[in-house]
Design a protein around this ligand. Structure first.
Ligand code: KG4
Ligand code: ZN
Length: 329
C-alpha cells in the first residue's frame, strides 16, 4: 500500500491506499479552519505548528500498518512552504526508517485524481480547477500531459469567497459560509460580471472584490443581516456567472466529451448545478468528486501516488524538492 501525506495549506491529512485495487484503506484529516478563522485567512507559521502536532497524531493511528507500506506519496508543490515542509519532513523520516521510496505529488494533480478515488483513472478530461489558490481550465490528457487553457489574472474563485466573507466579518474559510448566506439573500446588488467584453479566456476576481468592498462601505457600520445575505447572493451569482461565461467560451473552441470540476470550491452546489446545465447544452458529460474529497485531503494524493508508482516516479529522501509557487506540473 501507499501512505500519502497532504499538508500544503491548512489541512493535515494521511491516507493508506492499496496499490493494485486503489482501495482506500484509511483516510483521516484534521482541519485547522477554526484556528485560522479569527485571522480571516491562513497564518503560515500557525499552520506549520499545527501540522507538526496533527500529522504524528494521525500516524499513530496507523502505526500497525507501517511495515506494509511500499512508497510514500507526499505533496511537494504548490502550497505554503512552511506547511509543505512539515509533510515532507515526515515523508523523509518514514522513507529512511522503512527503506521505501518517496513519490512527490503536485497538489493540483492531486485534486484532479480526487475524481478517481477508489476508481480507475478516466482521462482525458477537460477540467475546471477551483481552489483557494487556483482557478484554471485544464486539458488533462494523462498524468504527464496536463495543459493550462485558462487561468486567473489575479485572485482565485475560492479566494474571492474568502475575501468577501472577511469583509463581512464572517470568518474563514468563506466558501461554505457565503454559500449558506446566499441561500437567504436576493440578488439585489448589481455587481458586474468580470471580463464580459473581453475576447480572452481568463478569470479575474479583484474587480468583483472591489465592487463588494464599495457596497459594504456604502452600507456602513449598521449593515443589516438581510443586506449581508443579499451581498452574498449577488456576489456568488456574479462569481459563478463569470466562471460559466469563460467555460462557455472554451466549450465553443474545444470539444470535450468529458468535463470535471475539482478543488475545494467544487463543493459549491450552485456551481455544480449550473455547470451541469452548461455541459448538457454542449453534450458533455460532467464528473464531480465526492463532496468529502473536494477540499484538501490525502486520499487524492494517494490516488495520484498510485499513478506515480506505476510510472516509477520514485525519489530518495535527499532528492525531493519543495516548489511552493509551482502552479502546474
Ligand atoms: O482546494 P482547497 O481545499 O484548498 C486549496 O488548495 O486552496 O480549496 C479551498 C478553497 C477556499 O478558498 C474555500 O473558501 C473554497 O475553496 N470553498 C468554496 C466552497 N467550499 C470551499 N468556495 C465556494 N463555495 C463553496 N461551497
Ligand atoms: Zn487544494
Amino acid at each position: 500500500m501507499i501512505l500519502s501525506i497532504e499538508s500544503s495549506c491548512d489541512d493535515s491529512s494521511l491516507a493508506l491506499t492499496k496499490i493494485n485495487t486503489c482501495e482506500l484503506l484509511f483516510h483521516k484529516k484534521i482541519s485547522q479552519e477554526l484556528a485560522h478563522s479569527s485571522y480571516g485567512g491562513v497564518v503560515p507559521e500557525l499552520a506549520a505548528r499545527l501540522h507538526a502536532t496533527a500529522l504524528p497524531k494521525i500516524l499513530e493511528e496507523i502505526s500497525k500498518y507501517l511495515k506494509e507500506i511500499k512508497a510514500i506519496a507526499v505533496t511537494n508543490e504548490p502550497g505554503l512552504s512552511m506547511s509543505l515542509l512539515e509533510g515532507i519532513m515526515m515523508a523523509k523520516a518514514l522513507a529512511i526508517a522503512l527503506n521505501v521510496p518517496i513519490l512527490p505529488i503536485n497538489h493540483l494533480k492531486g485534486h484532479i485524481y480526487s475524481l478517481f478515488i477508489e476508481q480507475e483513472e478516466r482521462l482525458p478530461l477537460g477540467i475546471l480547477l477551483v481552489s483557494g489558490g487556483h482557478t484554471q481550465i485544464l486539458d488533462a490528457k494523462n498524468y504527464d500531459d496536463i495543459k493550462i487553457l485558462a487561468s486567473t489574472l489575479d485572485d482565485s474563485f475560492g479566494e474571492s469567497f474568502d475575501k468577501t466573507a472577511k469583509m463581512l466579518c464572517l470568518g474563514y474559510p468563506g466558501g461554505s459560509i457565503i454559500e449558506e448566506y446566499a441561500k437567504l439573500g436576493q440578488k439585489r446588488f448589481h455587481f458586474t460580471i468580470p471580463m464580459q467584453k473581453s475576447k480572452n479566456i481568463a478569470f479575474s476576481y479583484s474587480g468583483l472584490k472591489n465592487q463588494v468592498r464599495v457596497a459594504i462601505q456604502k452600507l456602513g457600520k449598521d449593515i443589516s443581516q438581510q443586506n449581508m445575505y443579499d451581498i452574498a447572493a449577488s456576489f456568488q451569482d456574479a462569481a459563478i456567472s463569470h466562471i460559466l461565461k469563460q467555460c462557455e467560451k472554451i466549450f465553443n473552441q474545444n470539444t470535450f466529451k468529458k468535463f470535471a470540476i475539482v478543488g475545494g470550491a467544487s463543493a459549491n452546489q450552485i456551481l455544480r448545478k449550473k455547470m451541469e446545465v452548461l455541459c448538457e447544452r454542449f453534450g458533455t458529460k460532467l464528473y464531480l468528486p465526492a463532496l468529502k474529497f473536494c477540499s484538501d485531503n490525502a486520499a487524492m494524493i494517494g490516488r495520484a501516488g498510485i499513478e506515480a508508482y506505476r510510472l516509477k516516479r520514485f525519489v530518495s529522501p535527499h532528492e525531493i524538492k519543495i516548489n511552493p509557487k509551482t502552479s502546474s506540473n
